[in-house]
Design a protein around this ligand. Structure first.
Ligand code: ADP
Ligand code: MG
Length: 258
């Protein structure tokens, strides 16, 4: 069961829908509408769409935090919601706000996931220090989150996500509250770490530029969450091709009624 064939996608959505009850009781609200896609091992997929189009809902389904109303979501062949415990240590998550524990130092925040996995204490500390160092935070191990800049806090979050050596990295607009220069550095860093460590990543964003910097595939969502456009790009995609992709994506996003 745990041995999946190499053809098995890491993430597979088949006609996944999610409806929420409207707070005013006026029936159901569709956030995700028969969404289907597959993500293969080693891909970095950027999911791009306007605010409110259902990106986080899709993300929460992948992360096993909410259950689809219909359809099938599979992550490495398993159901992320009903088999939540199977995924312990297999998925690293970086949220928009860093969600660090304010009463724990940078080191202790990174250690948290390792402790949950019962890593031996000395080994866990070495791993956590190593990841903080890789993210340029040597010397800040004992700093509390409030003493760190927003960019540094997100570096801690990234270190925490990678430290458990998960197969999959999930990011929900992790850099959107940072200044553009810091965000650009962290994007490059993130892509480098995903590639170096042979991970699969889903990166959610509402910024077209960010999607194109991060993704080797960009899935453009419209509302409710469904794929409106899909683009592939790589290092060989030249500036003219990128410009054209960007124009196409802008057109797709503009077509959307708001
Ligand atoms: N728990 C919930 N209950 C009711 N409505 C929700 C809930 N979560 C999200 N929604 C609604 O679903 C839509 C999509 O939200 P979301 O997935 O957060 O979009 P995005 O991340 O693309 O901004 C929004 O209109 C939002 O208000
Ligand atoms: Mg969101």
């Amino acid at each position: 069961m745990h041995n999946m064939s190499s053809a098995e996608p890491v993430i597979r959505f088949k006609d996944v829908s999610k409806t929420f009850q409207r707070p005013d009781g006026r029936g159901d609200f569709v956030a995700v509408d028969r969404l289907s896609f597959e993500i293969a091992k080693g891909e970095i997929v950027a999911v791009l769409g306007k605010t409110g189009c259902g990106k986080s809902t899709m993300f929460n389904i992948v992360a096993g935090l909410i259950e689809p109303s219909a359809g099938e979501a599979r992550v490495v062949g398993h159901d992320p919601f009903s088999e939540f415990d199977f995924f312990r240590g297999k998925i690293g998550i970086v949220f928009q706000n860093d969600r660090l524990m304010p009463w724990r130092t940078a080191l202790n925040n990174v250690l948290l996931g390792l402790q949950v996995l019962d890593t031996k204490p000395a080994q866990a500390v070495e791993t956590a220090r190593g990841w903080l160092a890789r993210l340029g935070l040597s010397g800040h191990e004992n700093d509390y989150p409030h003493a760190l800049s927003g960019g540094m806090r997100q570096r801690v979050s990234i270190a925490r996500a990678f430290a458990v050596d998960p197969e999959i990295l999930l990011c929900d607009e992790p850099f959107s509250s940072l200044d553009e220069m810091t965000a650009r550095d962290l994007r490059a860093e993130f892509v480098r770490l995903v590639r170096q460590n042979n991970k699969t990543a889903v990166f959610i964003t509402h910024q077209i530029g960010e999607a194109m910097e991060i993704g080797d595939r960009v899935l453009v969502f419209h509302r409710p969450a469904q794929i409106a456009y899909e683009a592939r790009l790589n290092a060989a995609t030249n500036i003219d091709e990128r410009r054209k992709l960007r124009d196409d994506i802008m057109r797709v996003l503009a077509l959307e009624l708001t």
